[in-house]
Write a protein that binds this ligand. Structure first.
Ligand code: CTP
Length: 400
């Protein structure tokens, strides 16, 4: 889940070492650049067996560095200068050998020397990638402990099928997830220690085994909030109706379908949370008696008897142990009146209102925040940007 130019003004040194996953680092470089970062690539000699420097040069528009004795840097000190204006040194993939060298503080090639010469303003993030036996070896486990103790941020490895044919822990985390980790690193931790529960997406109410009543909610706003909350340091559980969206990195997702199953999933979790954000477009009604068999088109007319679904947000907000509850109001007209009305009716400290024409299903949104102090309009922006602004508002209200 991206937002525009989130890394703008940042310089990231992307170091590529000799693992099969090196081919994925080209995609990672592209993603970082798309977010506005300046990316300077350093490759080890071994990395060149897996991917060419020309690929990175073309993607980043910058020369690629691999030789400790490279004289292209104005003062001839690539091992010092490359990280001086960088805020992050990201090693992806990081081989077992590279990690061992970091732990020992060796300085026998450009990358290891860069790591040692790096100052405190440039964080080190490492995405290990290796055969599962190498990962499980006590020497690697020892090295990883030391590396973490030295302050490195370790992302992964992921589990799955490996290039060698074995299955287990050792795959490099996918580029999109690494991008997420980088974005999280640069996000102020305004929600650290908070547990956040979010509902998102539409619900689907069964008519028969193959048909449902649903709505046009894409789930994007709820997912953007889950993603932004996780990046801001919160522990996030996302109760999601059916959407085609990928699970945001670092978020626990619980998949549900109907309003009743969403209600149940929320009730069993809300008490352990500090904040509940109800973004889901929950169906207000469900077919009273879904048919167990597929309904045949024999009659000329079909009426479906509908009954009310529970109001999940109102139910939670009314409880004595309710967390800080945030509601959404999507209206076609009279936004101020209806949104303020919902805030009062459901006894919510905060309601996020938008006109359906402005947000439902789209990439952007224009919203107004309604709290005890009044209305706070936010300018139209991509949903991830809106999500960050909503969370900043929530974290301010939580502090008051
Ligand atoms: N909500 C909920 N459970 C429901 C219905 C809505 O949790 N069964 C939550 C939504 O996630 C959203 C807010 O309540 O945060 C929307 O309020 P609501 O008054 O239900 O909106 P509408 O269904 O659009 O109501 P109305 O038809 O009265 O406009």
């Amino acid at each position: 889940m991206n937002s525009k130019a989130e890394l703008s003004g940042r310089t990231i040194v992307l170091a590529v070492t000799g693992g099969v996953a090196a081919y994925k680092s080209a995609e990672l470089a592209r993603l970082l650049i798309k977010e506005g970062a300046r990316v300077r690539v350093v490759m080890t000699e071994a990395a060149a067996h897996f991917i060419g420097a020309a690929t990175f040069q073309a993607i980043t528009g910058e020369p690629v560095w691999s030789d400790l004795w490279d004289a292209r840097m104005p003062n001839g000190m690539a091992h010092i200068d490359l990280t001086r204006d960088a805020q992050l040194l990201l090693i992806a993939p990081a081989t077992a050998d590279c990690i061992a060298k970091l732990v020992q503080g060796r300085a026998d090639d450009l990358l290891s020397t860069l790591c040692l010469a790096r100052d405190a303003t440039c964080a080190l993030m490492v995405a290990p990638a290796m055969n599962r036996q190498m990962w499980e070896h006590p020497a690697t486990a020892r090295n990883m402990n030391t590396l973490r103790g030295d302050g490195a941020i370790v992302v992964g490895p992921a589990a799955g099928e490996q290039a060698c044919g074995e299955v287990g822990l050792g795959r490099m985390v996918e580029p999109a997830e690494l991008l997420d980790a980088v974005l999280a690193h640069f996000t102020p931790k305004t929600m650290a220690g908070r547990r956040v529960l979010i509902t998102a997406g539409p619900t689907a109410e069964a008519i028969d085994p193959v048909r449902v009543v649903t709505n046009l909610s894409s789930g994007r706003m709820g997912y953007a909030l889950a993603c932004a909350a996780a990046r801001a340091g919160a522990e996030v559980t996302l109760i999601s109706g059916p959407t085609g969206l990928a699970k945001p990195f670092g978020v626990e997702r619980v998949d549900v379908s109907s309003a009743l199953s969403m209600h149940e999933a929320v009730l069993s979790r809300y008490a352990a949370c500090d904040v509940f954000i109800a973004v889901a477009a929950v169906a207000d009604y469900r077919p009273a008696a879904p048919s167990e068999r597929k309904i045949k088109k024999s009659a000329d007319k079909l009426s479906i008897d509908m009954v009310r679904n529970p109001d999940i947000l109102a139910d939670v907000a009314a409880r004595a142990d309710a967390p800080f509850c945030v509601g959404f109001a999507a209206e076609s007209h009279d936004l101020d009146t209806y949104a303020q009305g919902k805030r009062a009716a459901k006894k919510l400290p905060l309601v996020v209102g938008n006109l359906v024409a402005d947000g439902l299903g789209g990439e952007d949104n224009a919203v107004v925040l309604y709290d005890a102090e009044g209305r706070h309009p936010l300018v139209r922006a991509p949903k991830p940007v809106i999500a960050r602004a909503i969370l900043e508002h929530i974290s301010r209200l939580l502090k008051d």
